[in-house]
Design a binder for this molecule. Structure first.
Ligand code: F6P
Length: 358
């Protein structure tokens, strides 16, 4: 019976009723976010561009105004979340500076940080994309937050989640006590609870990384991937599978459902960038989801959620997924930094050596 299902709205209301420390206004904010995600799901299902009013970035053959989907998704998030009175400000991947809530709307106690359309290059090839978001508290007594007010570590997140726009649209959410997945039921237009208490298997035999960057990786990352590729004959003693969808939301979703490891590690491709992914609206929300689902998230050298951000668009190396695999990579980084990974780095003993024993 559809009326017996737990919709996302009902789930949030019940969760806030149960918790000893309810967050006033969070229910309303999350409702606005889920409405925005439904609107983006509809726009994404129409393809690379959708016709809307407002800023003109392209004109199609009918002379209609068109915008790229990531710009549309950003407008939807801002327009759907700015008016409700729960937000003091927003930061988006699509905007250089924090967005001020217009004076005609009441200001609230939360800050919303988001990537409106992650993996947007996938739109042209009809592959999954998604929206990632993170909710922070606005510092006490601040109604007009400055950029510095957003620079809070991931441990300060009140809620985090993503929507994935694939064959079905889903929203995955954590409020700091587990991870729950909701599938959009198009018949009733509501996200309904289909994946309660999602947990990541600790062990995995699947990894996701853009291997075309191998020559730019650090030795511990190369060591890990080499060992996976060696399979049953190598030190891991097991065959591994590899996946790369080029959409962080899709990779994280796969890991939540069946385990695995995803990484966009530090590389030397562009030495001005310590990583590819953004800390505040990609790494932090996904790291909170991973940890809440029993997995882990690290740069290789430190827990992602403990990084003190220095900029709203800061990039970081990201290694996340099944706990034992993330821990193995952290150990490989530590051994490399301490110079104790000789069996891997010394030609006489390394993976391709005749002398290697295990
Ligand atoms: O940050 C955007 C993003 O599209 C991620 O979603 C994805 O994991 C990554 O970039 C893909 O990178 P590449 O273009 O190297 O495959």
């Amino acid at each position: 019976m559809p009326y017996r299902r737990t919709t996302l709205s009902k789930f949030i209301i019940e969760d806030q009723r149960r918790t000893a420390t309810p967050e006033p206004g969070l229910t309303s904010l999350l409702n606005d976010i889920q409405t925005a995600c439904k609107l983006i799901a509809v726009a994404a299902s129409r393809g690379a561009v959708a016709v809307v009013g407002g800023v003109q970035t392209q004109v199609n053959v009918q002379g209609e105004q068109q915008k790229p989907l990531d710009v549309i998704a950003n407008d939807i998030m801002v327009g759907t979340c700015e008016w409700g009175g729960q937000l003091a400000g927003m930061v988006s991947e699509e905007m250089d500076q924090p967005y001020d809530i217009p004076a005609l709307y009441p200001r609230g106690r939360y800050l919303l940080v988001f990537d409106p359309l992650d993996g947007s290059s996938n739109i042209d090839v009809n592959m999954p994309v998604g929206t990632i978001f993170s909710v922070l508290r606005c510092p006490e007594g601040v109604s007009e937050p400055t950029l510095e007010d957003f620079l809070q570590p991931g441990t300060a997140q009140v809620a985090a989640g993503y929507a994935i726009y694939g064959p079905t649209a889903m929203m995955v959410l954590t409020l700091g006590a587990g991870v729950h997945g909701f599938t959009l039921d198009p018949e009733i237009g509501a996200f309904t609870l289909t994946h309660p208490g999602m947990t990541i298997p600790t062990e995995t035999r699947e990894f996701a990384v853009n291997v075309s960057n191998e020559r730019f990786w650090e030795p511990p990352v190369r060591r890990y991937v080499d060992e996976c590729i060696e399979g049953a004959a190598g030190p891991r003693g097991a065959d591994f599978n590899m996946r790369w969808i080029a959409s962080m939301v899709a990779e994280v979703h796969r890991i939540l459902v069946r385990g695995g490891l995803f990484m966009y590690p530090r590389d030397t491709k562009d030495i001005t960038k310590p990583g590819r992914l953004r800390l505040m609206y990609e790494a932090n929300p996904m790291a909170m989801i991973m940890e809440q689902a029993g997995g882990a998230a690290s740069t290789g050298r430190r827990r992602i959620l403990e990084i003190a951000p220095e900029g709203i668009h800061q990039r970081v190396p990201v290694i996340l997924g099944s706990r034992t695999e993330v821990e193995r990579l952290v150990r490989y980084h530590a051994e490399y930094d301490a110079g104790t990974d000789a069996p891997f780095t010394t030609p006489l003993f390394n993976a391709r050596s005749l002398f290697r024993t295990a």
